[in-house]
Design a protein around this ligand. Structure first.
Ligand code: NAD
Length: 259
């Protein structure tokens, strides 16, 4: 089936950074970029998962470097970009995908610590990654950045008010940075997935198994996405195929936001 196939657009010789690449969407993207010929940097807090993703890329004949990085820490993000450039010489594309969810409560029941945790990873982490990636891309004269937002960055998400706020912030940063750097040859876009079959979704459904059918049904296509379907969209936004697309939020949601 088409959705199980990798989109093999050519990234030969391009240096591509993927955060949150130890599993889920990030791993699917890192492997797909590797298959398409990219020199991949796999970044994540998880050492075992990160090494496993890098090994998958190498087994497929690709090039990969794993760098442990917590995207909420400026020094670690700066070091991530430095290591990328020291190892491969440049940074052409970045997929800022690391994110957490952890929230299944009405707004008035959530606490401050949860707010800080989600905002820290999803908003500050994405902002820090863009900041250091853009500095490098300005030196080189261009590049492409894709941030993972969510349908929760486009519409409300009951019981996930903090997560929705964080993903709306990702959309706001994407639009703003896209306008700021459009004339410097840097294109910046977001992917906005519906529900995707990943470890994150597995954890959420373990907590509330009865939600699964309802969640499937909010997608007109009647199913969840596979991680590679989000990876394919991110690859298109990173590639020259989307050369006049910037500041765009690409819903990859089986029709969820169409109704
Ligand atoms: P996942 O939990 O399966 O993978 C996320 C990865 O990010 C993990 O490997 C984790 O270790 C890493 N990570 C978490 N915090 C980090 C940090 N501070 N620094 C570096 N790495 C960190 O999740 P996923 O479903 O693959 O989600 C990936 C992205 O897609 C997230 O931004 C998520 O919000 C978004 N998203 C997911 C869904 C879904 O249904 N799964 C839907 C819409 C958007």
């Amino acid at each position: 089936m088409a959705r199980e196939k990798q989109k093999e657009s050519s990234f030969a010789g391009k240096v591509v950074l993927v955060t949150g690449a130890a599993g889920g969407i990030g791993r699917a993207a890192a492997v797909a970029f590797g298959r398409a010929g990219a020199c991949v940097v796999v970044a994540d807090t998880s050492v075992d998962g990160g090494h496993a993703t890098a090994a998958m890329i190498v087994e497929n004949g690709g090039k990969a470097l794993f760098v442990q990085c917590n995207v909420t820490r400026a020094a670690e993000v700066e070091a991530l970009i430095d290591k990328t450039v020291a190892y491969y010489g440049r940074l052409d594309c970045a997929f800022n995908n690391a994110g957490i969810e952890e929230e299944h409560l009405p707004l008035a029941e959530a606490d401050e610590a949860l707010f800080d945790r989600i905002m820290n990873v999803n908003v500050k982490g994405t902002w820090l990654c863009m900041k250091y990636e853009i500095r490098q891309m300005l030196k080189q004269g261009g590049g492409t950045i894709v941030n993972t937002a969510s349908v929760a960055g486009l519409v409300g998400a009951p019981t996930q008010s903090i997560y929705a706020a964080s993903k709306h912030a990702v959309v706001g940063m994407t639009k703003t940075a896209a306008a700021e750097y459009a004339r410097e040859g840097i294109r910046i876009n977001s992917v906005c997935p519906g529900v995707v079959n990943t470890p994150m979704m597995g954890r959420a459904l373990e907590r509330e198994p009865l939600r699964e059918k309802k969640l499937r049904n909010v997608h007109p296509m009647g199913r969840f996405a596979e991680p590679v379907e989000i990876a394919n969209a991110a690859m298109w936004l990173c590639s020259d195929q989307s050369s006049f697309v910037t500041g765009h939020q690409l819903a990859v949601d089986g029709g969820l936001t169409a109704i």
